[in-house]
Design a protein around this ligand. Structure first.
Ligand SMILES: N[C@@H](Cc1ccccc1)C(=O)O
Ligand SMILES: CCCCCC(=O)O
Ligand SMILES: [Zn+2]
Ligand SMILES: [Zn+2]
Length: 512
């Protein structure tokens, strides 16, 4: 048997060499021939007659909008008086919109706004531009470079809570419509502007009512665009150009309350195990055992393939051969929070409450875990995984709220709605690439799923890695240049949506 060893070894080495040669050939061919998904429409220039400048008047309107402290705290707990003042301010700030016979304005759910701008061609299905009136509470107030509700302009940036989430798109879309109507332009296609007042607490009293009202009217919407992923500059490993990330789906959510109850009593006679200790061990296990990587199974894979041809060679080789390199790319993505969120269901320990007094044994301890569910997983799978990881009957799990991952909207060269969005983006961001992705956070669009199958989440501004912590965080701000892009993006989208939704090229519909 040993005499055959050289023969067996030779065969194994030959087989291995042949496999390697085939794999290398396939990788090289795919790398060199991978398709490009990019187009290059005519650029919007600041010298165009229909360019909307961020002039003094428009900046003043935007900075005033930031000053309304429309904070949402908990579901059903917001700042109604501020919302009413903000809604009145909007009415006063856009006289052409609010006096036009083409415009119907409704206050929905007491504070949310629904505008319908009648198009001249009733045969074209309406579309919707969405945003929200409310903002999240301030954190680290003392450390802000400018007061958080000042709207102060410093070094070309407008500072304040809501500047990038999401009063930029609320005011920017209104400025675009005001500009169009004041030039005597009636859109061909009817459009809705939908502004919820409680998006930051789930939209249950705002966007949900807007969705119900439009559903009751049997309204079918061709295309919905809400806040979402930005034009990332330096956000995607291996891509030097800015990447406009259009979210065609959004992760699900499940907020799980963990609870442990134990004997209370005097701090001088503690039991061996306490409610706090048991719960602390449970949450530590959750933190130490992230949910499995789903990288390569959902929209995140297409995100890379859409920019593969624009990547530096090593990344281009990986992106055009995910069939082989997905595990390696998943490992790279797992290294940073903002990219890890694309690879798996995330686990965020967002609260831990226990104890009443220093010398009293805490009779119970509670913690909340905020999971954002990868589009290819279900709520039940996430809960099952948590139970297995915690593996302690003393820890009770209660679902505080959940939302499955959203349906995936059409995209690719054969999707008219994705194409009109891509072309509009490239008019405003001529050197940006456009790619589909999914939202790692959530939006009001959860309440619009039955209105349209073409729902996109996109913020028409450029974000760098240093901007990401500003979302819901310290020193939220938007550059004047970015705010100008926001207004012109909505203007061009409205103009482009006046054309029939058709596809200029033929390819293969991208199914995820
Ligand atoms: N935009 C909010 C929406 C939300 C509100 C409340 C709970 C969950 C999600 C977020 O992503 O955090
Ligand atoms: C920019 C994306 C924001 C996610 C939805 C929100 O927090 O309002
Ligand atoms: Zn937000
Ligand atoms: Zn928002």
């Amino acid at each position: 048997m040993w005499t055959n060893l050289p023969r067996v070894l030779t065969l194994v080495v030959r087989g291995f060499a042949l496999t390697l040669a085939v794999l290398t050939t396939v990788v090289v061919i795919r790398t060199l021939t991978f398709p490009s998904y990019q187009t290059s429409p005519p650029e919007c220039k600041t010298t165009d007659p229909d360019f909307i400048p961020a002039d003094e008047e428009r900046l003043a309107r935007f900075t005033s909008a930031i000053q309304f402290q429309t904070v949402s705290y908990e579901r059903g707990v917001g700042t109604p008086q501020e919302l009413l003042k903000f809604v009145r301010f909007i009415q006063e700030s856009f006289p052409t919109i609010h006096s036009s016979p083409l415009v119907r304005r409704e206050v929905v759910g007491n504070y949310s706004l629904l505008y319908r701008v009648e198009g001249s061609d009733g045969s074209l299905e309406p579309y919707m531009l969405a945003s929200h009136l409310d903002v999240v509470p301030i954190t680290q107030e003392a450390s802000w470079e400018a007061p958080p509700f000042s709207g102060q302009v410093r070094d070309g940036y407008i500072y304040g809570r809501g500047t990038i989430d999401a009063k930029h798109s609320l005011m920017g879309s209104l400025e675009a419509v005001e500009f169009l109507l004041s030039r005597g332009h009636q859109p061909k296609r009817t459009l809705y502007l939908a502004f919820g007042h409680d998006e930051e607490t789930g939209g249950h009293f705002g966007a949900k009512v807007i969705g119900d009202v439009l559903t009751e009217r049997g309204e079918k919407i061709a295309f919905i665009l809400d806040e979402g992923t930005p034009v990332g500059d330096g956000l995607m490993p291996g891509v030097s150009k800015p990447v406009a990330m259009v979210s065609v789906s959004e992760k699900g959510i499940v907020d799980v309350k963990l609870k442990v109850q134990a004997e209370g009593g005097h701090g001088s006679m503690p039991a061996r195990k306490s409610a706090i200790g048991i719960l602390a061990r449970a949450v530590q296990k959750l933190e130490d055992n992230p949910h499995p990587s789903m990288f390569g199974t959902g929209p995140e894979a297409r995100m890379l393939e859409y920019v593969a041809t624009e990547m530096t060679l090593p990344y281009r080789m990986l992106a055009s051969n995910l069939w082989l390199f997905s595990p390696l790319v998943a490992w790279v993505y797992a290294k940073k929070p903002q990219t890890n969120a694309f690879a798996r269901t995330t686990t965020a320990l967002t609260s831990f409450t226990a104890g009443v007094k220093d010398n009293v044994i805490a009779p119970e301890a509670e913690a909340v875990v905020d999971h954002r569910i990868h589009p290819m997983q279900t709520v039940e799978e996430v809960l099952e995984f948590d139970r297995k990881v915690i593996d302690d009957a003393r820890v009770m799990l209660e679902v505080k709220g959940s939302l499955p991952p959203s349906p995936v909207s059409p995209h690719g060269k054969d999707s008219p709605t994705y194409t009109v969005l891509q072309e509009t983006i490239q008019q405003i961001f001529p050197d940006a690439l456009v790619t589909p992705t999914f939202m790692v956070a959530n939006t009001d669009t959860r309440h619009y799923w039955n209105l349209s199958s073409a729902i996109y989440r996109f913020n028409p501004y450029v974000m760098t890695p240093s901007d990401l912590p500003r979302f819901h965080g310290l020193n939220e701000r938007i550059s004047v240049r970015n705010y100008e892009r926001v207004m012109n993006f909505y203007y061009h989208l409205i103009v482009n949506m006046d054309k029939p939704l058709e596809v200029k090229r033929h390819g293969h519909e991208d199914e995820l």
